[in-house]
Design a protein around this ligand. Sequence first.
Ligand code: HEM
Length: 215
Amino acid sequence: MDSFSTLIRTASHEQHVEAETSTFMSDLLGGRLGVDAYARYTEQLWFVYEALESGTQRLASDPVAGPFVRPELFRLAALERDLAHLRGPDWRSTLAALPATRAYAERIAACARDWPAGYIAHHYTRYLGDLSGGQIIRDKAEKTWGFTKKGDGVRFYVFEEIPNPAAFKRGYRELLDAVAVDDLEKQRIVAECKRAFALNTSVFRGLGEEFPLSA
Ligand code: HEM
């Protein structure tokens, strides 16, 4: 039987392609959108990571989710620096979640509160993606809008405390393979992962509606 890390990766592959090729992502990575769209996207990420990281103190001692809580992954402080750069020191006063972002953050918060195994699905979907495709997004953002390489504006994508992302991802997959739940619960985690991807795609849809390309 396939390992759990292979299972979760294979099961979400189709939705990964869908997220990657969404209109908003394609336009953003194609350099067809202004920095305002990038800033608005970064704002949405703030709500997502606030939900992922605000309950970690309690989750850290959970037998199932605890091993995944790694401070070197935390992104909220980096996002706040990026937003101060993108929107100015008063960035909090204009920060607003799209309805899709609100739904996504609420689902993460509910898992963090009531279902630690489900929280793992959200953890995996975001952090492993950030360590992978996130690096492609950073490179494009630096080139398109002229941010300093690995500097303000793209700090979200820079994991200062993870010098070797490939090695980190290997360790992460070992954690997934060792997750202490039965097969049925593993299936539920996979289903939650698909839901996490769908929630991301719907944020992209909302952003796409806000930043349509004038044909
Ligand atoms: C244009 C946007 C994106 C690009 C270019 C991209 C690209 C990639 C690449 C190249 C990998 C390969 C990792 C590897 O083989 O080690 C990867 C993995 C991953 N991506 Fe993305 N990605 C994008 C968007 C997303 C989004 C929106 C999500 C979900 C929120 C996501 C979640 C993941 C996850 C969870 C993995 C890890 C798969 C695994 O090894 O288990 N990605 N991505």
